[in-house]
Design a protein around this ligand. Structure first.
Ligand SMILES: Nc1ncnc2c1ncn2[C@@H]1O[C@H](COP(=O)(O)OP(=O)(O)OP(=O)(O)O)[C@@H](O)[C@H]1O
Ligand SMILES: [Mg+2]
Length: 243
């Protein structure tokens, strides 16, 4: 574990222009997350959770403030640099799954590893798809998969490169409780075995409570003001899946 936080956010703001008005989506967000930590972001619909996750992934740019991921300031990187940082360190599961519609489930899962030049990615991709209950859907194209199945492909894909940071937006949102439980076990297994930092947006209280820290967003702000490092070490102890 390094002393540099894996995520460091200072005074982050995001606003968009709507006609002649400015709509503030995020305001005054400061947060540090240690490597290996598990953090749940909760809060009402529209409070800004997905927007914050998109900024952390470097998919969108803030209006003010700074985000550092593993010491790299996202604002100082160009599009290509941010893509590189994502590919090297970050896995993400978003509300829209962002699967490529012309690639099979298996190919979608293999893609992030192949883009990094890794070889022999297929066995791990098959293993991950089996772990999320999709071993009989390997050759399906995303439009032929149900919503929950697409979500599981996106989760398997996010795990593929064993990222140091996993950003997950409602990872169990479309899943039945049994499949949701499997996905939760996979998330914490990845955290345990690879020290993957988890930032999980969720309305699922059980999932939030398994994280070491829970933060609530309200109207674009983190409740409770400034948030430093976690103090407790509430590591999860269960789960036997090997990822
Ligand atoms: N590009 C945009 N233009 C205008 N408004 C936006 C834009 N992106 C987000 N918003 C608004 O910002 C607010 C926060 O959106 P966000 O998707 O981050 O909420 P959320 O907390 O993830 O909600 P949910 O729990 O429903 O997923 C919403 O009111 C949304 O309408
Ligand atoms: Mg959202």
């Amino acid at each position: 574990m390094t002393s540099t936080p894996i995520i460091s956010i200072s005074n982050l703001g995001k606003s968009v222009r709507l006609g002649s008005d400015n709509l503030t989506i995020l305001e005054g967000i400061s947060l540090q997350v240690k490597a290996g930590e598990t953090l749940a972001l909760v809060g009402a619909s529209g409070s800004g959770k997905s927007t914050l996750l998109g900024l952390l992934a470097g998919l969108d740019l803030p209006t003010s403030g700074e985000i550092r991921i593993q010491g790299h300031s996202l604002g100082e990187l160009d599009e290509e640099g941010r893509a590189r940082l994502r590919s090297d360190h970050i896995g993400f599961v978003f509300q829209s799954f962002l699967l490529l519609p012309t690639l099979s489930a298996l190919e979608n899962v293999m893609l992030p590893a192949e883009l990094r030049g890794e070889r022999d990615c297929e066995p791990r991709a098959r293993e991950l798809l089996a772990a999320v209950g999709l071993k009989d859907r390997l050759d399906h194209l995303p439009p032929r998969l149900s919503g929950g199945e697409q979500q599981r492909v996106a989760i398997a894909r996010a795990f593929m490169t064993r990222p140091s940071l996993l950003l997950a937006d409602e990872p169990t949102g479309n899943l039945d409780s049994k499949t949701g439980d499997t996905v939760i076990e996979l998330l914490f297994e990845l955290n345990r075995t690879h020290g993957t930092t988890l930032v999980v947006v969720t309305h699922d209280l059980a999932l939030a409570q398994r994280c070491q820290r829970q933060l609530t967003m309200a109207s674009g702000r983190l409740q409770g003001g400034q948030h430093g490092e976690a103090s407790a070490d509430g590591r999860d102890e269960s789960g036997a899946l090997s990822v």
